[in-house]
Each structure stands twice: as C-alpha cells, then as structure tokens.
Ligand binder design. Sequence first.
Ligand code: SAH
Length: 248
Amino acid sequence: MDIPRIFNITESAHRIHNPFTSEKLATLGAVLRLKPGTRVLDLGSGSGEMLCTWARDYAITGVGIDMSQLFSKQAKLRAEELGVAHRVEFIHGDATGYVADEKCGVAACVGATWIGGGVAGTIELLAKSLGADGVILIGEPYWRQLPPTEDVARQCFAHAISDFLMLPELLAFFDNLGYDVVEMVLADQEGWDRYEAAKWLTMRRWLEANPEDDLAKEVRTQLTTAPKRHAAYTREYLGWGVFALMAR
Ligand code: SAH
C-alpha cells in the first residue's frame, strides 16, 4: 500500500509536505496552548514534523497515520532524531475511517482532507476520536484570488474553481457545521515557495540519478514547467491555512 510514486519522488526531501515553514508550524503549536501530555491524532501525518516537533517543544504525545511508506519511515527516524520516539507513534496505513482507541485532545488532518471525502467528512471523522472540548485542526487550501477561469484553477492543483472556497467562505463553512473557529495560522507566498521550489532541486537530483526510470519523462516535464506555473498561478491564487475548530 502506498501513495502514487511521483509524490514519494518529488517530496522525498520535504520535512513538511504543505506550504507551512517550520516557523509557521511552531506558531501553530504555540497558539494552541498545548498542555504537556495532550494526545494528538494526525491523519495523513507525512514525515511526522508536526507531531515530532510538538512532542519536543510541548511534551504532547501522539499518533500519526500515513499511507506513504517513505514518509512514515522518515517520521520514525525524525522522532528518534528529536528524542521523542517514546511520545509519538507512526503507523503506515490508510487513514480512511480511522478512529483512535483513546480520545484525543487534538485531532488533525493537515493537507489531506480527501481522507474523509472532503472538509465536512474529515471533521466528522476526526470528531469521533476527540474528547470533550477537544480541538480539530484542518489544513486546507482556499482561493486568495478567485481564478478567472477553470483553466487557471486547474493550474493550481484543483480540478475546478469549486474545489476550494475564498477564506471568508471557508470560515463560514466551518461555522455552518456548528464549529467555532478558535485559531488559524495562514501560509504565505514564502511558504508556497518553500513547498514548491524544494521539489525542483529534488527532481533535478533524482533525474541525474535515475535517467532511465519509467517516471523520468514525467519528472523532466514537471521540472521544466513547474517554476513558471508556480509563479503565474499557485503563488498568486492559492492560499492555505490550518484552522482550529471547537464544536459549539
Ligand atoms: N500532514 C502532513 C502531510 C500532508 S501531505 C504535513 O503537513 O506534512 C498529504 C499526506 O497524506 C501525504 O503524506 C500522503 O502520504 C498522505 N495520504 C494520502 N492519502 C492517505 C490516506 N488515505 N491515508 C493516510 N495518509 C494518506
């Protein structure tokens, strides 16, 4: 079981697989006022940077589930590196329908809301693992500017303009589900550069090492086109943030 191989190639060197920098991730941890021993569930935990750094900085404990074998392995190594392997556990698997045995203080899905079939479904799924007065974290894109055409939306990792909302609409969406938005930390264009541009050097090095690979042609095309596409579209149109929610 694994995610499409292209992501394991292009994001193999990423610690954070979204447009947050390590500073933004630290800000998010700080604003949540996490108490030591808080249990955090993370669906689509990637390379584990959120759980590992928060375990180091705030003494949380946590469980992360991720479908990428590579990212799950990197998460375990990171936990050892930061000396928090006793506090965090990483499970390689499909997080679809995953409900924790023990109730959590924080239940997160940061940049992987397809796991619950969209934002509403993911909130519903995370709520099943949450203790009383727990906090749900949703990491999700929104439009900074509404794309003028469907084609522009498709250049921004969307299938259609309707895939994402504008920020006020996204906040209203949470409200309509019966949740208070109690905090939010938003990515910026610098964060998008870190997430996207870091893929370019990784792709270049991978191509040098794997010229005959089945995916070499696809990676070559991506490397040639990604910088211009990023500058013209993603960087300008797409926003991204993590929203902290508490049921009303
Ligand atoms: N939250 C992490 C990773 C976000 S990228 C971070 O912010 O760094 C999305 C992640 O979802 C990837 O790591 C991918 O491997 C994982 N993923 C995709 N589908 C999944 C599924 N069905 N179950 C668990 N993880 C999944």
